[in-house]
Design a protein around this ligand. Structure first.
Ligand code: SAM
Length: 263
């Protein structure tokens, strides 16, 4: 069923796929790795054919693998059967997935965003943690958000950790990158509310008005929203902290805000 079988860890394709764990290789090639039949199926069903599809013998014959193989070939990609050792190296896991896909990264240009297409959009300022970013993309997908906008220097949404945390939503939610300056200019034309999130805000998140489409703006894990970014917002809100904890995890706070903005 495969185009070829590869058993050597020094095979050039295997080495190239392993290199995609490094941001430098992802940036240079514009490719990324997604592990597991579920995520690969999400990709295929949303029109993203793998450039390379690798699978182990244990996945052979699975109907969803057959579907992925068909999509890979139709898109001009390559289908390779590999050994468990190669799958373990490619995914760097103790319990490697039996299917690994290599895909082209897609970023939507900021100017291409259409505010009228969704009730809520999410902007993240200098997000650092790939697990947070992936979880936010998954939550944005679940809540029907129009895009996740990465403002300033952010972690890579196409790292293995981030993609894993999206559970496949990386293929469903447009990802946009913008410098602080580009975001500042673009935001001036936003037709709905821009809602910043600040621990020092005096307005509670459930008391704010969210004119649709709402643009929820979240801060960095350590510093929070900078004063310059907070000043771009129509209102800054705080999710009440009722116990000893002084803040929420970024992805949890984003989930609360997205659902408040789309209620
Ligand atoms: N030390 C940082 C600060 O002073 O903002 C904490 C940042 S917090 C861990 C990361 C981000 O999650 C914040 O920038 C904000 O966007 C959001 N966040 C966390 N807890 C929040 C809360 N109670 N109200 C509003 N936003 C919150």
């Amino acid at each position: 069923m495969s185009d070829r079988t590869v058993t050597s860890l020094t095979n050039p394709t295997v080495k190239a796929v392993r290199a995609l764990h490094l941001r430098k290789a992802r940036d240079e090639t514009g490719l990324f790795v997604a592990e597991g039949l579920k995520i690969v199926t999400e990709a295929v069903e949303t029109g993203h054919a793998p450039a390379i599809l690798m699978y182990g013998a244990e996945a052979n014959g699975h109907p969803l693998l057959r579907q992925a193989i068909t999509a890979t070939r139709a898109g001009g990609g390559e289908v390779i059967e590999v050994t468990p050792e190669i799958l373990a190296k490619v995914s760097r896991r103790d319990n490697p997935q039996a299917v690994v896909g290599v895909f082209h990264q897609v970023f939507m240009p900021l100017e291409a965003l259409a505010p009228s297409t969704a009730p809520c959009f999410v902007a993240l300022h200098r997000v650092r943690d790939p697990g947070n970013l992936g979880t936010i993309v998954r939550t944005a997908d679940a809540a029907g958000c129009g895009a996740v906008i990465l403002v300033g220097e952010c972690c890579d949404p196409f790292s293995v950790e981030a993609v894993r945390a999206t559970m496949g939503s990386i293929f469903a939610v447009p990802i946009v990158r913008a410098t602080e300056d580009a975001f500042t200019d673009w935001r001036a034309k936003w037709p709905g509310s821009v809602i910043g999130t600040l621990l020092t805000a005096t307005v509670a998140h459930h008391e704010a008005t969210y004119a649709k489409p709402a643009l929820v703006f979240m801060g960095n894990e350590q510093q929070g929203l900078t004063p310059e970014m907070a000043a771009l917002c129509d209102v800054n809100v705080k999710i009440p902290m009722r116990g000893r904890a002084d803040s929420l995890n970024l992805s949890v706070a984003t989930g609360v805000m997205i659902y408040a903005a789309t209620a």
